[in-house]
Design a protein around this ligand. Structure first.
Ligand code: RAT
Ligand code: ZN
Length: 425
């Protein structure tokens, strides 16, 4: 095959391969899909335009000295969206990745990205039935399974699970038990668990380990979770030199339980939360983290499987090298501030060179349903470029590359590697 043929085979393979999205913040409509009172499934033009990535960007051009944060948060969703639209799309050119994403999304839905006002789009979304709309978006994005993030320490979400036994039954969605406070703020996690009737103590004494495992076990069952996840700060170490409780939570509670159940543990490392608290979700940033912690965990816990993504660009090479040492480590995605074309390209190229087909190139991290459309479209076009280049280099060696080889690899990248990792025990 010559370069041109390779490029078109790769592009077709990427377009036709259904994707399993292994980390999103999208919910099934069973968690509520109406704007008022707000359900957990976020969708529609006002949610898209007020995505926290865009809130951060509008505060670059209309600073808090002009629009105080409290005023912005007190505005209606539609007014917030109009403000962002005016300043980022009308008074400037929407060249950032988050802005471009809105326009790709609008176009993919068959609407006009050139519309100057959001009104027409609002009207169109208002006529959609959320359940059918989920099907349609998944079909256009070619996503076959959406992995949720189910935060058990979030009161609204926990109440929903406790009051509806059918919540997890939507076949389009898989649940993931998210337990950040257990590793980031153990005293707070203990207080919450104790208030829910679990016999746990801050100093790990008595029945703490058994009771914390009972808590996790109950929620894994209730959610039918396919893995457990946390986001960790750049200061995460294992072992922890200062004796942080996260060390004992992992060693004594979480990892033995997950090994017994054969479930992977996902660590998203490098998030420094609320450096600007007034911006809420838009106020988090990234920091370089310690990869030795990942290597130590993979080494000390060979019965556990670790899904890992890191937020700092500076960590990506070392993480790939660590993955070469441990078969129980699966590197995934270009997370959050890395989900930008230039960085996806660089990181994916390096991962292919160091790990071949044994990694998962991307997850969407979509928070709003229709973001699946742009996040995957943009990723697909970069994957096409990088993969085509790698296959052309391979063909140049004289290796008899076949279109079916490319299709098989694309299937691994977008779907099967993750499924095999989750299933393997
Ligand atoms: O990408 C995001 O939207 C972040 O705010 C986080 O949710 C991050 O992806 C996470 O899962 O912690
Ligand atoms: Zn996320």
């Amino acid at each position: 095959m010559n370069r041109e043929t390779i490029h078109s085979v790769v592009t077709r393979a990427l377009a036709s391969q259904p994707i399993t999205d292994l980390h999103t913040h999208i919910y099934s409509p069973r968690f509520g899909a109406s704007p008022q009172p707000a359900g957990l499934l976020l969708w529609g033009i006002d949610e898209l335009v007020t995505y926290h990535y865009l809130i951060a960007e509008v505060y670059r051009v209309v600073p808090a000295s002009v629009l105080p944060y409290e005023k912005f948060w007190a505005m209606s969703k539609a007014a917030q969206a109009d403000h962002i639209w005016k300043h980022l799309f009308l008074e400037r050119t929407p060249v950032s990745e988050a802005c471009r994403g809105i326009l790709t999304t609008i176009g993919k839905l068959g609407l006009d990205p050139g519309e100057k006002s959001l009104e027409k789009h609002r009207k169109w979304f208002a006529t959609q039935d959320p359940d059918k709309h989920v099907d349609r978006v998944m079909e256009i994005a070619n996503v076959d399974s959406i992995t949720m993030t189910n935060a058990v320490f979030d009161d609204r979400e926990r109440e929903l699970w406790l009051s509806n036994s059918q919540l997890g039954g939507d076949p389009r969605f898989k649940a993931v038990l998210r337990i950040d406070p257990m590793l980031r703020n153990w005293p707070e996690a203990v207080r919450r668990l104790a208030s829910w009737g679990f016999g746990v103590r801050e100093d790990f004494s008595g029945k703490t380990v058994r009771e914390a495992q009972r808590f996790l076990g109950e929620w894994l069952d209730r959610m039918r979770a396919i893995y457990v996840a946390v986001s960790l700060s750049p200061e995460f170490h294992f072992p922890d030199p200062g004796g942080a409780p996260s060390d004992r939570v992992l060693r004594e509670i979480l990892l033995p339980l997950l090994a017994e159940r054969g479930l992977p543990f996902a660590m998203m490392i490098g998030s420094r939360l609320r450096v600007n608290p007034a911006l809420a979700d838009a106020g988090d940033m990234s920091g370089k983290a310690d990869i030795l912690a990942v290597a130590n965990l993979c080494h000390e816990f060979p019965r556990n499987r670790f899904l890992v993504t890191m937020l700092a660009r500076e960590n990506q090479h070392e993480l790939c090298v660590a993955a070469r040492k441990f078969g129980n480590l699966l590197v995934f995605g270009c997370w959050w501030f890395l989900n930008n074309p230039s960085l996806i390209e660089e990181i994916t190229r390096m991962r292919i060179e160091l790990l071949g087909t044994s990694f998962v190139p991307q997850h969407s991290d979509a928070r709003i349903l229709e973001q699946l459309l742009y996040k995957w479209e943009h990723t697909r076009s970069i994957l096409a470029k990088v993969l085509a280049e790698k296959y052309a280099d391979l063909a140049a060696t004289g290796w008899p590359l076949q279109p079916s080889d490319i299709q098989r690899d694309v299937r691994l990248y977008l779907r099967d590697t993750f499924h095999c990792f989750v299933r393997s025990k």
